[in-house]
Design a protein around this ligand. Structure first.
Ligand SMILES: *Cc1c(COP(=O)(O)O)cnc(C)c1O
Length: 394
C-alpha cells in the first residue's frame, strides 16, 4: 500500500514547499536576533515587519495591529484572558458558543473558576449561532463576545458580520477564532466589526507553532508574556523569525490562490457529498450544505462506530477524522455534534473529511469507493444493524 490520501486538512496541512524554502535561510544564514543593533540582525526586524504587512493587508488591518503568537491556541487564550483582566472593572461576563474549539471552551472554564461568568450559546441544527441569541445574552456587565468564524468539525460559517455589528452597537468587544476560515474565505476586520481575530500558520499550509492575534488599535489588552519589548511589549520573547517568514509566505500564497482554490475545493466537496449521500444508505451530512467551508464534509453513518471506520480507512491509506483531533482518543462524542442535536449513537458514527489544495477527483473517487465497502462491512458486523434489518423486513 503506497497510496496516501490526506483528507484531514482541518487538523493540519502540508507545509508548502515554497514556504519551507522561504524559511530555510532564516535558520542557516540570517539567524540574527531582530532586536540586535548591527545590521546583520536588524534586517531580520524588517523581514518580520514585511510579514506583518502581508497579514495586515489580507485582513484590511493596520500593520501594528498584528501580534505574532505560537499559534491558534495561544491567540485564543490571550484574547480571552487578557481581555478579562483588562476589562474586569467594567464587568465579568463573557459570551461564547457551545461549538467553539477547546482553546476557547477550556479558557472559558478557567475564567469561570476565577469569578467570571461565561454564557455558552446554543446553535441551530446546522451549527449556526443565531445573532438574536447573541444580542439577547448581552448584559451591562458583558465585556467580550467570542464566536468562531467557521467551525473546525462541521465547517459551518457563522454570521460573523451580523454578530460583529451587534457587538459594536452595544459597545462590547468582539473576538473571532478564524483559525479555520482565514486563508479560505475573504475576511475584512472593519467590514465585519472584528476587534480581535485568531489565526494559525499550520492550518493554511504554513509552519506549526506560529500564528497571530489581530488586536484592533485602542483595545486595552494586557501583555500576555512578560519579558522583553517584542510585539510592542505585549508578547515578550525573541521572535520566531523562520516561523514568521513561513507564516507570511503561507498567507501570501493563500490570498493569491483563494478564489481559484476555494472554487475547486467547493466543486470537489460537493461531488464528495453528493456521491456519499446518494450511494451510502442511512447517512447524513452534518453542518450547513451551503454556508460551509469549501474543504469540509462531515457525515454521520448510522449503526457504525467512527473509530472503526477510521482504522479501516487508514488500512486503505486514507487519513480522516471522526471529530476534531483533540476529541479523538476520548470516548465522549464531539461537543459540536451534540450541540447540533445529534443523539450519542449517531454522533459516534461520524466522519470528517477535509480537502486540501492537492486533493483530486481521483482521490475522492478512491475514498468514496472504499468508504462504501467499509461501511457495508462494518454494518454486516453490527448487531444494531441486524436488528434494524429484521424489524424492517417483517
Ligand atoms: C486548530 C485550531 C485551533 C488551534 O490552533 P493551533 O495553532 O493548533 O494551536 C484553534 N481553533 C480552531 C478553530 C482550530 O481549528
Amino acid at each position: 500500500m503506497d497510496r496516501l490520501i490526506y483528507l484531514d486538512n482541518a487538523a493540519t496541512t502540508k507545509t508548502a514547499p515554497e514556504v519551507v524554502e522561504a524559511m530555510i535561510p532564516y535558520f542557516t544564514e540570517n539567524y540574527g536576533n531582530p532586536s540586535s543593533v548591527y545590521s546583520f540582525a536588524s534586517k531580520n526586524k524588517d523581514a518580520v515587519t514585511e510579514q506583518r504587512e502581508i497579514i495586515a493587508r489580507a485582513l484590511g488591518a493596520q500593520t501594528n495591529e498584528i501580534y505574532f503568537t505560537a499559534g491558534g491556541s495561544e491567540s485564543d487564550n490571550w484574547a480571552l484572558k487578557a481581555t478579562a483582566e483588562a476589562y474586569e472593572a467594567k464587568g465579568k461576563h463573557i459570551i461564547t458558543t457551545k461549538i467553539e474549539h477547546h482553546a476557547i471552551l477550556h479558557t472559558g472554564e478557567y475564567l469561570e473558576k476565577r469569578g467570571f461568568e461565561v454564557t455558552y450559546l446554543d446553535v441551530d441544527e446546522k451549527g449556526r449561532v443565531r445573532p438574536e441569541d447573541v444580542e439577547a445574552a448581552i448584559r451591562p456587565d458583558t465585556i467580550l463576545i467570542s464566536v468562531m468564524f467557521a467551525n473546525n468539525e462541521i465547517g459551518t460559517i457563522e454570521p460573523i458580520k451580523e454578530i460583529g455589528q451587534i457587538a459594536r452597537r452595544h459597545g462590547v468587544l468582539f473576538h473571532t477564532d478564524a483559525v479555520q476560515a482565514f486563508g479560505q474565505i475573504p475576511i475584512n476586520v472593519d467590514e465585519y466589526c472584528i476587534d480581535m481575530l485568531s489565526a494559525s500558520g499550520h492550518k493554511l499550509n504554513g509552519p506549526k507553532g506560529i500564528g497571530f492575534l489581530y488586536i484592533r488599535k485602542g483595545v486595552k489588552i494586557r501583555s500576555f508574556v512578560h519579558g522583553g519589548a517584542q510585539e510592542r511589549k505585549r508578547r515578550a520573547g525573541t521572535e520566531n523569525v523562520p516561523g514568521i517568514i513561513g507564516l507570511g509566505k503561507a498567507v501570501e500564497r493563500a490570498v493569491a490562490s483563494m478564489a481559484e482554490r476555494s472554487a475547486k475545493e467547493t466543486r470537489l466537496r460537493d461531488y464528495l457529498i453528493g456521491r456519499v449521500l446518494e450511494e451510502i444508505p442511512y447517512c447524513r451530512l452534518n453542518g450547513d450544505a451551503k454556508d460551509r467551508l469549501p474543504n469540509n464534509a462531515n457525515f454521520s453513518f448510522q449503526f457504525i462506530e467512527g473509530e472503526s471506520l477510521l482504522i479501516m480507512l487508514d488500512m486503505k491509506g486514507i487519513c480522516a477524522s471522526s471529530g476534531s483531533a483533540c476529541t479523538s482518543g476520548s470516548l465522549d462524542p464531539s461537543h459540536v455534534l451534540l450541540a447540533i442535536g445529534l443523539p450519542h449513537e449517531i454522533a459516534h458514527g461520524s466522519l470528517r473529511l477535509t480537502l486540501g489544495e492537492e486533493t483530486t477527483k481521483e482521490d475522492i473517487d478512491y475514498v468514496v469507493d472504499n468508504l462504501k465497502e467499509i461501511v457495508a462491512r462494518l454494518r454486516d458486523m453490527s448487531p444494531l444493524y441486524e436488528d434494524f434489518v429484521k424489524k424492517n423486513n417483517r
